[in-house]
Design a protein around this ligand. Structure first.
Ligand code: FAD
Length: 480
């Protein structure tokens, strides 16, 4: 008999509960990844993220081979084809148990239920482990047993629910005994590392695909940046955040590994709930919050707003404005520079994600779902829960504790977080000549100096649009 390890959003060998359980059984282990290009398309997976997945799978195949575990990558099209495929794989290799980690998104849950149903008819057990979050969804509840609707009390309860296990990631398991491996599995072990994939891909080589580099990045961040994180994290011109989101999004690194490293070096900050390391931990808790939120509210995966009444906001569909936002041609330098960063690197600084999301929804009055989709199509760290949560927060349709009248002013945000215009000038060469603090209002500067610049005029007036946004929200609210 043998065990099947089904990789999904957990592309790691360390702190992998499903892998450890499969190996501990004492049987031979086969690993599989079901690459569903049609599903990726439907979920708007960015070509740069697809590339990182494929590179990671190649690396994983090598790492698993050292544990005597072959990795099969099957291109299947859509999720619908997965149950039959897994069953046939199980039958072909006398597999008695399948292991994987829970995924909390709706389509993934439906797929898993279908798999479980089909396998159970053949007495094959389907074991889902919780590995995406430090604290599993459903465990952090209010005193009356409900899910939290806002972050701060969630964080308090989440922290109170931590156990020693939360700080103790599993290592890599021992290799499977070679004597257990059947001839067909031995042949699979001989496969070359390369992975074929028909989905469009964009070069992701700026991001690591191997464990050593990723873990080193976590260590370096913890040792040299975590302490200053609270002061520096909002300044996009600084390299002050961890840059670990692509790895957390694909499960190349676990949140528990992050916690363990923090606890090792910053236990005091964590205990006193102060300092940079604690602020960073809070970001990891945001990630958990949004996962718990989608697990408890599957309707979020169907494109619904968290706050039902905001469905009546009369968003405006203006193709030209949307395109100007997407292409970084809004005439607001901070927005345009951020959109360039996204386009050119697949990543965007968190402060800027908030700024551009607020700009699309509150200044251009365009439905936040347009921005959510654009982000997924371009982000190397695209993650349904965090992206949906971030967009709904910024558009005031979600869990923000502040009411809808929080509207970012893109120019004052820029002056506050990029005071010398360093970030803006780095991404917009057309503004390179504009001196520091004027970079956020380049036309005023040019006019004063009798110069002309090759940069668009603001496509909307913030003051006017702000009023219009308030009006649209008030209208929707009064219809509640
Ligand atoms: P750090 O500051 O080092 O934070 C550490 C980790 O905590 C991150 O890697 C991430 O896993 C998590 N994290 C940090 N901030 C948040 C947050 N606000 N919400 C949830 N998790 C967080 N993050 C994604 O991983 N994928 C997305 O698709 C995504 N879309 C977003 C869309 C919008 C509109 C907004 C406002 C935020 C979005 N975020 C998303 C959250 C955040 O912007 C990124 O996680 C962060 O910028 C990644 O950089 P970092 O790894 O250097 O983060």
């Amino acid at each position: 008999s043998a065990q099947l390890l089904w990789f999904r959003n957990d592309l790691r060998t360390k702190d992998n509960q499903a892998l450890s359980a499969a190996v501990q059984s004492g049987d031979a282990v086969l690993a599989v990844y079901t690459l569903c290009a049609k599903q990726w398309q439907q979920h708007h997976l960015a070509p740069i993220q697809a590339d990182l997945i494929v590179r990671r799978l190649a690396q994983l195949r090598q790492d698993l081979a050292l544990l005597n575990i072959p990795l099969v990558v099957a291109e299947l099209g859509s999720f619908k084809q997965v149950p039959e495929y897994l069953l046939s794989l199980c039958q072909q290799h006398q597999i008695t148990d399948v292991h994987c980690h829970y995924q909390y998104e709706l389509n993934e849950q439906v797929r898993d239920e279908a798999v479980e149903h089909l396998l159970s008819q053949q007495a094959i057990s389907f074991n889902r482990h919780h590995g995406e979050c430090v604290v599993k969804p459903g465990r952090v509840l209010t005193k009356s047993g409900e899910n939290f609707k806002v972050f701060t009390p969630f964080r308090k309860a989440w922290l109170a629910s931590l156990t020693e296990q939360s700080f103790s990631p599993l290592g890599s398991p021992a290799a499977v005994n070679k004597g257990l491996i059947s001839q067909p599995l031995k042949q699979l072990l001989e496969q070359p590392p390369e992975i074929s994939c028909s989905y469009p891909r964009e070069n992701s080589n700026a991001w690591a695909s191997d464990d050593q580099q990723i873990i080193q990045q976590l260590r370096d961040f913890s040792a040299s940046k975590a302490s200053d994180y609270k002061e520096h994290r909002d300044i996009p011109a600084l390299d002050a955040t961890s840059g670990l989101s692509p790895y957390l999004a694909l499960g190349m690194l676990s949140a528990r590994q992050c916690l363990a490293r923090l606890y090792l070096e910053h236990a005091e900050d964590i205990a006193s709930q102060q300092g940079g390391a604690f602020t960073w931990l809070s970001e990891i808790i945001w990630r958990e919050f949004y996962r718990h939120l989608i697990a408890a509210n599957p309707r979020l995966c169907k494109g619904e707003a968290y706050l039902g009444w905001t469905e009546s906001v009369a968003w405006q569909s203006d193709k030209a404005l949307l395109e100007a936002w997407q292409q970084g041609q809004t005439g607001y330098p901070i927005v345009d520079a951020a959109m360039q960063q996204l386009k050119q690197t697949g990543w965007m600084h968190n402060r800027l994600r908030m700024v551009v999301a607020s700009f699309l929804s509150k200044d251009l009055l365009i439905d936040w779902r347009e921005g959510e989709r654009w982000f997924m199509q371009h982000l190397i760290d695209g993650d349904f829960a965090s992206n949906n949560g971030g967009w709904q927060w910024a558009a005031s349709t979600g869990t923000d504790a502040q009411p809808y009248f929080r509207i970012f002013n893109p120019t004052t945000q820029a002056q506050r977080f990029d005071p010398e215009g360093e970030f803006v000038r780095a991404w917009l060469p057309e503004l390179a000549q504009v001196p520091g603090k004027h970079a956020h209002t380049p036309h005023t500067w040019a006019e004063k100096n009798g110069l002309s610049i090759n940069y668009p005029l603001p496509i909307v007036d913030h003051g006017q649009q702000r009023k219009q946004a308030l009006h649209l929200f008030e209208q929707a609210k009064s219809a509640e």
